[in-house]
Design a protein around this ligand. Structure first.
Ligand code: MSP
Length: 713
């Protein structure tokens, strides 16, 4: 029996058309589904649209439409975008080999299950849903309530939402149903501790545990001030209330993950729930972590349902250092248009989509924030796609046609164990193994790194074996045959391994090799089968797949992508390395700029011997979590990964220069062998290096993603 693998994206609000941030989550989930299908799992993919709630009501009013008309207009835009990006819904099983569903929360199948979940909670735990009054701050962008301690004040002293940075609105006293969330804190913490992979990557698990430690407040889960939602079941209008209660939009929306499978409480309508539910992996962005890792499991526990397998949380993409936002046109990147631009004159236009998928997945480890810098995109396209994989495909096929007469040569078992032939086989086996492990561990960027080791080794193999020289000497025909066969094997494995991320490339190579392997039938190769698992092939020459973006085209693209007022980058210099993560400006940066001229360095300390220096053990540390230390204005408590298999607590006096959130995922330099020190009831196990003092504080860091624990000398 195949293992089920059920992967979901968040369902998208229909007040907005799809942008690159939405595309990222969807592409991550799609890649995982394709990979698992290739490994023989029973994959299932779900996406959809979140169509109820105040946000949609307001967006519809602005456009002079009814909410239903707005959702009917925008929901198809999402579906079409995913179709344009190569995801099939209607004939998914036929093309991809696995089921792909698109759910709208205005569909009956969904409403029915949302109501069933509510009723089940009432039935199993009658005290979990109770009527009470609330008033408080609400962010329509997040569709969430906030306490003042969770909000920020803007320049004018107004409370603003920390995610949307827009003013929140005051909701006057209203009666609503509350969900007894406070009852579930311990059960959730226990579940997370017992299932260490429930929230991934690690830093987000720590964030949720921190949130749980702060204690949970009951959650308002219905509204009467508008009617655009799913009515609370069996709940007539209460005397003195303006209208019937509709469910809080997050209660409604989260249920989509179940409703798309069927009714969990009805044996006849829910066999897919039984089959897939426990394998569910919810791919989400970090802004909606709390809803998925706290509220959703609490609702499920209350209804007596099992929890999903995993909440897989990713960071945010910025464009040229700026957060994607409606109000900044340069950040409103339409994914399909960008893919189209990248395709340029490719003989297979869909490889523009592959290029976009590749960049998004390769550039930033899942979980970290990413920054799309257009020059970096072009540079990576040219280096990894045009140069590495594009060249490999082109050169191999050309040589198979020219020197192999359209055949694929023949394997020589003795030769296979020698020199470059053996090392290519070894690298290929490692690539298949490492990439598989990385995909299984939800690390697509590492999987791609592993696959590219094979691609580069295969290019190096061509240079080392020089098939064109072998072809000149009839006596070396058996060697040539073996080289051509090995090259075909490398191309075949490249086609298989890239398929989850670059499906159009895989299909094109398949066509040129004459393999006739439908996407749904392609399987991940067995590690020990390199060179021995080739199907019948009849190669033909390739046409350009990833044409190089030369300086002239780069300038044109950058001019198109960067609006004239943009100061993000120069349109003519495609040479800047991409920034691996979004690094918000440290709070001290402005002060540094102001006081630079007046700066006099402190006098030098007395000279020390090298041996004194060598006593210091300096290491690269990755900040996994950061939080304020209560009642200590200057101190932050950092959780730092030094590659030791456990995390260290390090206290740093940098609270006045850095907000805790801005430090997570940053690499810092740590004095790792400093004696532990007690401060404020905590033990600090090391010291972070920083330059300057309170006014000008800059963290010492490394300019590449060196692994945590790397020694600094
Ligand atoms: N409707 C809710 C989700 C309900 S799921 C039961 C919602 N919708 S959303 O349209 O606002 O966002 C959907 C997803 O897009 C979120 O995971 C969010 O993190 C992601 N992104 C939106 N902007 C993004 C970036 N700039 N970068 C990466 N992902 C971002 O929230």
């Amino acid at each position: 029996m195949t293992r089920p693998f059920y992967v979901t994206t968040p369902i998208y609000y229909v007040n907005d058309v799809p942008h690159l941030g939405h595309a990222y989550t969807t592409i991550v989930a799609d890649t995982l589904a394709r990979f698992h299908h290739m490994c023989g799992d029973d994959a299932r993919f779900l996406t959809g649209t979140d169509e109820h709630g105040q946000k949609i009501v307001e967006a519809a009013e602005k456009r002079g439409l009814s909410p239903q008309a707005l959702t009917d207009q925008v929901a198809p835009r999402f579906r079409e975008t995913w179709v344009d990006l190569g995801m099939r819904f209607d004939d998914a099983a036929e093309t991809h080999g696995f089921a792909r569903d698109f759910i709208r929360t205005t569909e009956d199948r969904h409403k029915q299950v949302a109501r069933a979940l509510w009723s089940k909670i009432q039935e199993k735990n009658p005290d979990d849903l109770y009527l009470a009054t609330y008033e408080g701050w609400y962010c329509v962008g997040c569709e969430a309530f906030y306490t003042e301690s969770q909000l920020k004040k803007d320049g004018g002293g107004e409370w603003v939402c920390p995610t949307h940075e827009r003013p929140v609105s005051w909701v006057a006293k209203e009666t609503s149903y509350f969900f007894r969330l406070s009852k579930y804190g311990d059960a959730l913490a226990e579940h997370i501790e017992k299932h260490p992979h429930f929230i991934q990557p690690e830093q987000y698990k720590n964030e949720v545990l921190g949130f749980l430690r702060g204690g949970l407040r009951d959650l308002s889960v219905s509204r009467t001030s508008f009617s655009w939602g799913i009515p609370v079941p069996e709940d007539p209008k209460h005397p003195g209330e303006a209208a019937r209660h509709v469910m809080y939009v997050w209660f409604d929306a989260l249920t989509n993950y179940l409703s798309a499978l069927g009714d969990p409480f009805d044996a006849e309508r829910g066999p897919d729930v039984v089959r897939y539910w426990k394998s569910a992996v919810h791919t989400i962005g970090k802004d909606i972590l709390r809803f998925h890792a706290v509220y959703w499991p609490a609702f499920l526990l209350s209804a007596g349902l099992p929890l999903p397998r995993m909440i897989l949380c990713h960071g945010w993409w910025a464009i040229g250092g700026r957060k994607i936002s409606k109000s900044i046109p340069a950040t409103r990147v339409a994914p399909v248009a960008l893919a189209h631009d990248l395709a340029g004159s490719s003989s297979v236009p869909a490889t523009g989509i592959d290029a976009l998928r590749y960049f998004l997945l390769r550039e930033t480890p899942l979980g970290n924030d990413g920054d799309l810098i257009y020059e970096g995109l072009i540079e990576r396209y040219n280096a990894d796609l045009a140069n590495d994989v594009g060249n490999l495909i082109n050169r191999s096929l050309t040589m198979l046609v020219r020197f192999g007469g359209g055949g694929i040569g023949a394997r020589d078992a003795a030769l296979a164990t020698t020199g470059p032939h053996a090392s290519l086989a070894r690298v290929a086996a490692e690539a298949a193994r490492d990439a598989r492990m990385s995909f299984e561990n939800f690390a697509p960027s590492r999987a791609l790194e592993a696959i590219w080791r094979l691609v580069r080794e295969a290019n190096a193999y061509i240079a080392a074996t020089e098939p064109w020289t072998l072809a000149k000497d009839p006596a070396r025909k058996p060697e040539l045959d073996h080289v051509l066969h090995t090259l075909t094997a490398a191309l075949w494995w490249t086609r298989l391994l890239v398929a989850p991320v670059l499906p159009a490339t895989a299909a094109a190579v398949d066509g040129w090799l004459g393999a006739g392997l439908a996407e749904r039938d392609a399987r991940w190769p067995a590690e020990d089968a390199f060179g021995t698992d080739l199907p019948a092939l009849s190669p033909q020459a390739a046409t350009p797949l990833f044409p190089r973006i030369d300086e002239k085209r780069a300038a044109l693209l950058l001019e198109k992508w960067l609006p004239p007022e943009s100061t993000v980058s120069s349109p003519t210099a495609p040479s800047v390395r991409p920034q691996p993560t979004v690094r918000p400006e440290p709070a001290g940066a402005q002060a540094a700029a102001v006081s630079k001229d007046a700066f006099t360095p402190a006098p030098l300390a007395p000279t020390i011997a090298y041996d004194d220096f060598a006593k210091l053990d300096l290491r690269v540390g990755l900040v996994v979590a950061a939080r304020a230390v209560p009642k200590a204005k200057k101190l932050l408590e950092l959780t730092v990964d030094l590659g030791e298999g456990r995390h260290r607590t390090i206290l740093a006096g940098i609270a006045e220069a850095f907000a805790p959130d801005t430090l997570v995922n940053r690499r810092v330099l740590v004095v790792a062998n400093l004696a532990p020190r007690e401060m404020r009831g905590l033990t600090s196990e090391g010291m972070i290096l920083a330059a300057g003092d309170d006014a000008i504080l800059a963290l010492a860091t490394v300019d590449a993603d060196a692994p945590p624990g790397t020694r600094v000398k």
